[in-house]
Design a protein around this ligand. Structure first.
Ligand code: FES
Length: 328
């Protein structure tokens, strides 16, 4: 992540919205467009920002982050695209199967952990699958500003390449789509070597793709600050564990399919967050006492922090053992 996170308190900044349109993009991806329920314009956002969508699924509140893909200059609506994940924890399935046009929902104010670096002479975007969404907003922003950009988009097949036809139709010379099924791949080394000084590269997609771009760029002499990536990790299930929260003076149980952050929220503990995906640092929590093994899954803390056992990121990380006491 290339930008310092903005400070925000959990639950403090929310927008009541109404679902205005639901558009099936392909077999797996659906776009949701929201307007404000009070008829006011949305707060402006910068391309690369995400919003956390609050979903009331029975007695469970789901909070999932999604990149805003709409044109940042359009304050009349926000749009997200959601890939259905049948093996996931249910947020995307809820959106795909339960949400209807006219439903009232709640979004968080946008937060940008993946901004454009506007000092760049040129912006090269590398997208994998649903990782195309932040680039839709970035392209719109740069088109308004007259910025220079190009997109390299890897998709499994033509049928699943969300928005590819539209992007190619509008920006034929700048958009290059590569279909895995047809044996096409991004020629990353050539792409990186061919860029002028002052170019920045941005990658959003599967973990392997993000690592590949960082690794290749480093090997080809790119400065780290010119390489930007976006990866939100979905919390993974794990064995249930118990946590004592000192300040709140309660003991809570973290279930198999919920994150430590979600368990705190379920128990009424006001815990901060921004990304809910191990990327922003906002939920960082001090460990008072621990007897057991941490399962650190974030990419915010460094190896030393992980090894020290004195910090945990509750949005994605877990714990195995009899005793965990946190300063929360
Ligand atoms: S909420 Fe962003 S790292 Fe946990």
């Amino acid at each position: 992540m290339s930008a310092a996170p903005q400070k925000a308190k959990a639950g403090a900044e929310k927008i009541d919205v109404t679902v205005d349109a639901i558009v099936r993009v392909n077999e797996l991806v659906t776009r949701f467009e929201f307007v404000r329920s009070d008829g006011q314009p949305f707060p402006p956002f910068s391309a690369g920002a995400h919003t956390v969508v609050e979903m009331q699924d029975g007695d469970r509140t789901r909070l999932n982050p999604y990149s805003l893909m709409s044109d940042p200059a359009d304050t009349s609506r926000y749009a997200i695209s959601v890939r259905r994940d049948d093996q996931g924890r249910g947020g995307s399935l809820f959106l795909h199967t339960k949400v209807k046009v006219g439903d009232r929902m709640v979004l968080s104010y946008p937060v940008n952990l993946f901004p454009l670096d506007l000092r760049a002479r040129k912006h090269v975007f590398i997208a994998g699958g649903i990782g195309i969404t932040p680039f839709m907003a970035m392209i719109a922003q740069l088109e308004h500003m007259g910025g220079t950009w190009e997109l390299h988009y890897a998709a499994r097949s033509r049928a699943l390449a969300s928005y590819a036809d539209d992007l190619v139709a509008r920006h034929r010379n700048r958009v290059h789509v590569h279909y895995d099924e047809e044996g096409q791949a991004i020629a990353l080394e050539d792409l990186l070597d061919g860029q002028a000084l002052g170019t920045h590269v941005y990658v959003c997609g599967p973990k392997g793709m993000i690592e590949w771009v960082h690794r290749t760029a480093e090997a080809h002499g790119w400065p780290a600050e010119n390489v930007h990536s976006e990866e939100f990790l979905a919390p993974q299930p794990g064995k249930p564990f118990e946590v004592r929260l000192c300040k709140s003076d309660i003991v809570i149980k973290v279930g198999e399919n919920e994150s430590l952050l979600e368990a705190m929220e379920r128990c009424g503990v006001d815990a901060p967050f921004l990304c809910r995906g191990g990327a922003c640092g906002q939920c960082e929590t001090d460990v008072i006492e621990a007897d057991g093994r941490f399962d650190h899954r974030d990419h915010w803390l460094d190896e030393e922090d992980h090894a020290s056992g004195r910090k945990i990121m509750p949005c994605v990380s877990r714990f195995v053992g009899p005793t965990l006491v946190l300063d929360r």
